[in-house]
Design a protein. Structure first.
Lengths: 259, 80
C-alpha cells in the first residue's frame, strides 16, 4: 500500500515539476531571458548571459526534483565539463531530462533544438534569447556548431539525434563527427544512465516508476578527433571513423546491444 | 569515361575509397541513402567528386532526383 501511495505521490510530484518547468519557461522566456539578452549590444554577450540564467534555472529545477524525492543525480568528472574552452560535448540520450541535467552542470552550453520550439509558447522565449541553433538548417547546423566551437564555446550534440530506444543505443548520425573534424574541437563524451528507465521516447510523463529515478552522468576523457583519423583521409571517411569510435565507446560503456 | 560500365566502376570506386562502402553493397540498384547510408554532407562531397571528374554540374534538383547508383550512372552517361 505504502508503495502505491508513494507512486501516486511521485506522479503528482512529476506533474508539479513539469507544470513548474512549463510555467518557468513561459515566465522567464517572456521577461528575464529577453531582458538579459538586450542588456548587451553584443549578441554573444547577451546569449552567454541568458545561457547562464538557463543554467541556474536548470540547477534550481534539479534541486526541486531532488527535494520532491523524484530524482537522484550522481556526477563523475564534472570538472571536465567546466573547463573554460571549446568542447564538443556528445552524449547518449536515454531520457527527456538529459538536457536539463547536463545544463545544470555547465554555465555556458549551446544546443541544437527542434525547430518546433521556436513556435512553442513554452520554449520560444528561451530558445531565441539563448541563441540555440534550430535543427532544420541542413548542413548549416553543422557550420553553426563548428563556428561556436571556434569561438571557444561548449556545444552539446546527441549523435543519436533523438532519445535512445529503450535500454539501447540508436543509430549514430555523423553530424557530431563532422563538427568535431571541421572545428578541430576536442570531444568530451558523456555517458548518461537512468535507473529505472523512465521518460523515454514515446513514454507518457505520468508513466512513473515505483522508485526514484537515479541519474548518473559520467564525463569521459577528452578525445582529440584528429587522433582517430588518418592524415589525408577524405572527410566522409574520417567522419565515419570518428562516428564508429564514438559508437563503440558508448556500446562498450553501456554494454547494450545495438539496434 | 563514356561507357556506362566505366562510369559505374568509377562511381563504385569513389564510394569504396571515400565513403567506406563495402564492395558487396556496390550494386547498380543500391539506394544511396537507404542502402549505403549516405547523408547530406556525403551528397555534397560525392557531387563535387563527380563534377571534378566529368565537368558536369549537379544542381540541387538533379541531386534530389538521384536515388540509386544506377541513377548517377544514367545521369552522367546521358550528358557526356
Amino acid at each position: 500500500m505504502r508503495r502505491r501511495v508513494s507512486r501516486w505521490g511521485r506522479i503528482v510530484g512529476t506533474g508539479a515539476a513539469f507544470a513548474l518547468f512549463g510555467l518557468l519557461g513561459v515566465a522567464l522566456g517572456l521577461s528575464v531571458y529577453p531582458a538579459a539578452k538586450r542588456c548587451s549590444s553584443d549578441p554573444r554577450v547577451g546569449e552567454f548571459r541568458v545561457q547562464r540564467l538557463v543554467h541556474w534555472t536548470f540547477r534550481a529545477f534539479v534541486r526541486f526534483m531532488k527535494l520532491l524525492g523524484l530524482v537522484e543525480l550522481s556526477v563523475h568528472g564534472a570538472e571536465r565539463l567546466r573547463a573554460p574552452s571549446a568542447r564538443l560535448i556528445v552524449a547518449n540520450h536515454p531520457t527527456l531530462l538529459d538536457v536539463v541535467m547536463l545544463g545544470s552542470l555547465m554555465p555556458q552550453l549551446d544546443c541544437v533544438v527542434k525547430r518546433e520550439a521556436w513556435s512553442n509558447p513554452f520554449m520560444r522565449g528561451v530558445v531565441t534569447s539563448a541563441g540555440y541553433i534550430p535543427n532544420d538548417l541542413g548542413e548549416d547546423v553543422l557550420a553553426a556548431c563548428a563556428e561556436r566551437l571556434q569561438q571557444g564555446r561548449r556545444v552539446l550534440l546527441f549523435p543519436e539525434g533523438t532519445r535512445s530506444p529503450k535500454g539501447q543505443l540508436g543509430t549514430f548520425r555523423r553530424g557530431a563527427a563532422h563538427v568535431a573534424l571541421s572545428s578541430q574541437a576536442p570531444i568530451l563524451p558523456v555517458v548518461i544512465r537512468c535507473e529505472p528507465a523512465s521518460l523515454m521516447r514515446g513514454q507518457k510523463w505520468y508513466d512513473v516508476p515505483d522508485e526514484k529515478l537515479r541519474f548518473s552522468i559520467e564525463v569521459g576523457e577528452v578525445l582529440d578527433p584528429r587522433s582517430l583519423v588518418g592524415d589525408r583521409e577524405p572527410r566522409a571517411s574520417a567522419a565515419r571513423d570518428v562516428t564508429r569510435a564514438l559508437r563503440d565507446f558508448y556500446a562498450k560503456t553501456l554494454q547494450t546491444l545495438s539496434v | 569515361m563514356h561507357a556506362a560500365n566505366e562510369i559505374f566502376d568509377w562511381v563504385a570506386d569513389v564510394l569504396k575509397q571515400q565513403f567506406q562502402i563495402r564492395e558487396e553493397f556496390l550494386r547498380p540498384d543500391a539506394r544511396l541513402v537507404d542502402d549505403l547510408d549516405l547523408d547530406s554532407v556525403d551528397a555534397i562531397d560525392l557531387s563535387i567528386r563527380l563534377e571534378e571528374k566529368t565537368g558536369l554540374s549537379f544542381k540541387e534538383e538533379d541531386l534530389k532526383a538521384i536515388e540509386t547508383i544506377q541513377d548517377i550512372v544514367d545521369f552522367v552517361h546521358e550528358r557526356l
